[in-house]
Ligand binder design. Structure first.
Ligand code: PEP
Length: 249
C-alpha cells in the first residue's frame, strides 16, 4: 500500500511571520495518521518553519536546489545547505522552473541525484504543455521527462522518489484534469517505471496529481487507483484549505 502524500507548494509567497502564523494554525490539524503532509516553502522561511513544525507530522520541503554542494553559483542553494537546516523534501523540475529558469531533463536528473546524496526526498514534477496535449504528445512528454529524471537512480532510491504529474495547462488556471484522465497518464508513468525497475518497485513509487487541486476535488483524485496524493499550489496557502486537503487524502 502506498502512503498518500499531500505537498503544498507555496511558490514565492509568504514572509516569515506569515509562514509562522500558518504553522501555528495547522499544528495538530494537518496531521492525519497514514497521510504524509509536506509544506514546500521559499528558502527564507525554511529555518523558521523547521523549528515551528518540529515534532509534528507536517514536514518541510524546499522548492529547488542546486546540484553542486557549493561553488561560484550566485544566488543558488545546495542540497548540503538544505539538509543542514533540517529540510526533508525538495521539489525538482517544477514546470515554472523548466519554463522560466531553463531547467532541462538533464539538470532535473542532476538535482535528483544531488537530493539523494544529501538524504532529501525529491518530488519530481513532470507534465505536458497545452499544445503538447492537443498534439497527442502527453504520454511521450511524460515518458521522456520521467525516465530522464530517474537516470542513474537505483531501485532502492527509486521507491523513495515522489513523482508529481502536473499538466502545465492545469497549474494555477482553475482548469483541472479530470480524475480519469490524470489516472490514465499516471498509470502510464507507472508502466514506464515498471519497464525500468520492475513492477514491484513501480508499484511502490508514489505519484501525485497536481493542477488546480482544492478541498472540493481532492477526493475524486484520491479515489483513483494510481493517484497517491497531490502537489498543491494556490489551495495550500490558507491553513483551513490545507488542513482539508490533508483530511481529504
Ligand atoms: C503547483 O504549483 O504545483 C500547482 C499545482 O499549482 P495550483 O495548485 O495552484 O494549480
Amino acid at each position: 500500500m502506498r502512503k498518500p502524500i499531500i505537498a503544498g507548494n507555496w511558490k514565492m509567497f509568504k514572509t516569515v511571520p506569515e509562514a509562522l502564523a500558518f504553522a501555528a494554525e495547522v499544528k495538530g490539524k494537518a496531521e492525519v495518521d497514514g497521510v504524509d503532509s509536506v509544506i514546500c516553502a521559499p528558502f527564507t522561511n525554511l529555518p523558521a518553519l523547521v523549528e515551528a513544525l518540529k515534532g509534528t507530522q507536517v514536514k518541510v520541503g524546499a522548492q529547488n536546489l542546486h546540484f553542486e554542494d557549493n561553488g561560484a553559483f550566485t544566488g543558488e542553494i545546495s542540497g548540503l545547505m538544505l539538509k543542514e537546516l533540517g529540510v526533508e523534501y525538495v521539489i525538482i523540475g517544477h514546470s515554472e522552473r523548466r519554463a522560466y529558469f531553463a531547467e532541462t531533463d538533464e539538470i532535473v536528473n542532476k538535482k535528483v541525484l544531488a537530493a539523494f546524496k544529501h538524504g532529501l526526498t525529491p518530488i519530481v514534477c513532470v507534465g505536458e504543455k497545452l499544445e503538447e496535449r492537443e498534439a497527442g504528445q502527453t504520454k511521450d512528454v511524460c515518458r521522456v521527462q520521467t525516465l530522464g529524471a530517474f537516470e542513474g537512480v537505483s531501485a532502492e532510491q527509486a521507491v523513495q522518489v515522489v513523482v508529481a504529474y502536473e499538466p502545465i495547462w492545469a497549474i494555477g488556471t482553475g482548469k483541472s484534469s479530470t480524475a480519469d484522465d490524470a489516472n490514465e497518464v499516471i498509470g502510464y508513468i507507472r508502466e514506464q517505471l515498471a519497464g525500468k525497475y520492475g513492477a514491484a518497485v513501480a508499484d511502490a513509487i508514489r505519484i501525485q496529481y497536481g493542477g488546480s487541486v482544492k478541498p472540493g476535488n481532492i477526493r475524486e483524485y484520491m479515489q483513483q487507483s494510481h493517484i497517491d496524493g497531490a502537489l498543491v499550489g494556490g489551495a495550500s496557502l490558507e491553513p483551513a484549505s490545507y488542513i482539508q486537503l490533508v483530511e481529504g487524502a
